[in-house]
Ligand binder design. Structure first.
Ligand code: B12
Length: 217
């Protein structure tokens, strides 16, 4: 996707750090007007900036408050884009997307949700810290074609594993997508042993997966 586009994220990052929501919004809207795909903006402007915010925070160059401000602005911008994203044709497929229990990082999985919507799917976005029993109950009611779960913190990997085991007891053949930053630090083997649990690294891979998806029933 968009291999030839090369956009710099520094204006967006600086606007985030100074809490300038309207400038952040304007930058994204300008790029959209110039036909830059949402997926590209998510990966190369927004995600890149948040990763840099994380590094600045880790090295005490910005405060926790500034980091909270940055993530609040990003969430507002993703919500603003919603109608750009759902405008297209709908199909009848659906996905439930959620973070594991004890996981408050919900921006990545919101992006995942939007990629499904861009492909015409109905996405049920449950967001951060969903209790496993509630996720299972909800999934059994909705009967989605896919369940997608996000994991950012390595120490939540055992929770994800328990979650997969519980899901498999009750919903045997539902494809489960997993992803998130925790997997850049291991954990792929832990999930690979479960049937029909698929790790994907980023939005490009998800988009490809959706476009080739063949339901089993
Ligand atoms: C914003 C933020 C927060 C916010 C989150 C707010 C929100 N509404 O989401 C808050 C303040 C809650 C937070 C809290 C904490 N955070 Co924090 N946070 C971040 C920060 C700066 C940005 C996160 C983000 O949105 N990234 C951008 C998204 C788009 O990227 P992404 O999640 O990786 O998603 C992409 C892929 O991974 C993939 N993907 C994601 N999910 C899924 C799911 C599926 C199914 C698939 C296929 C793909 C996929 O698709 C996305 C697009 O490519 C990161 C820095 C960073 N490197 O990300 C730190 C960071 C993740 N946090 C960190 C830490 C330590 C914490 C705390 C423990 C801090 C503390 N002491 O309290 C708590 C933990 C809270 C908890 N229990 O979850 C560390 C984690 C380090 C580690 N090794 O695990 C990081 C890396 C910062 C750092 N450099 O130290 N945080």
């Amino acid at each position: 996707m968009s291999d030839d586009i090369q956009l710099d994220n520094s204006d967006f990052l600086n606007s985030l750090l100074s809490g300038n929501r309207s400038m952040c919004s304007k930058i994204i809207q300008e790029h959209l007007k110039n036909q830059i795909p949402v997926q590209y903006l998510y990966e190369n402007i927004i995600k890149k900036s948040l990763y840099e915010v994380g590094e600045l925070w880790e090295s005490n160059k910005i405060t926790v408050a500034t980091e909270h401000l940055a993530s609040a602005i990003v969430e507002a911008i993703l919500n603003e884009l919603y109608f750009t994203i759902v405008g297209g044709k709908k199909n009848i497929k659906s996905v439930v997307v959620s973070c594991v229990e004890n996981e408050f990082h919900q921006i990545g999985i919101k992006m995942v949700s939007d990629i499904f919507e861009l492909n015409g799917w109905n996405s049920f976005f449950l967001g951060a810290n969903t209790p496993t029993n509630e996720l299972i109950k909800f999934t059994k009611i909705i009967k989605p074609d896919i369940l997608a779960i996000s994991l950012t913190l390595n120490y939540n990997l055992p929770i994800l594993e328990r979650m997969i085991q519980e899901i498999r007891k009750e919903i045997t053949d539902l494809p489960v997508l997993v992803g998130g930053q925790a997997f850049t630090r291991g954990g792929k083997d832990a999930v690979a042993k479960y049937s029909n649990v698929i790790y994907l690294p980023n939005l490009n891979a998800i988009d490809l997966f959706i476009k080739n998806f063949q339901p089993t029933n």
